[in-house]
Design a protein around this ligand. Structure first.
Ligand SMILES: [Zn+2]
Ligand SMILES: [Zn+2]
Length: 133
């Protein structure tokens, strides 16, 4: 069982069973809603998720896409699309208490990826911040 929640703790959830997949999505809708270069999504049957605490707000991000987020702190948590993905919930994998539990398996929607994200793994890396002069 996996547990997770939003940044402020108003919303908490549990997930049981195996993830169908875990993809890093580069689409424009994910980027703009998250305010981040990409968003990790784990896919499950919607019966796999139980909300333990709180009620997410729902944002209609496209004709059928529904993004569920914390109305207090803004963390994006779930995505539903009854048209394209009936009976499926996508969970933002970075909201897991331990986001290492299910490694990402693919990049999707790279047709809309930010150009410099293609080689982001090769940028200089620092445990904290670059050395100060
Ligand atoms: Zn919150
Ligand atoms: Zn996306």
């Amino acid at each position: 069982m996996i547990e997770g929640g939003c940044h402020c703790g108003s919303i908490r959830y549990q997930v049981v069973g195996e993830a169908i997949t875990h993809a890093l999505c580069h689409c424009t809708d994910c980027r703009r809603h998250a305010g981040a270069p990409m968003v990790g999504w784990t896919m499950y049957p919607d019966s796999a998720v139980k909300i333990q605490k709180g009620i997410p707000k729902v944002y209609k991000s496209s004709e059928h896409g529904r993004r569920h987020f914390c109305g207090d702190c803004g963390t994006g948590i779930f995505y539903f699309n009854e048209q394209m993905l009936p009976g499926i919930v996508d969970i933002q994998s970075a909201t897991y208490d331990d986001p290492n539990v299910i490694p990402a398996r693919s990049h999707i929607q790279v047709a809309e990826r930010i150009d410099w994200m293609k080689t982001a793994h090769s940028l200089p890396q620092f445990d904290r911040y670059p050395p100060q002069k």
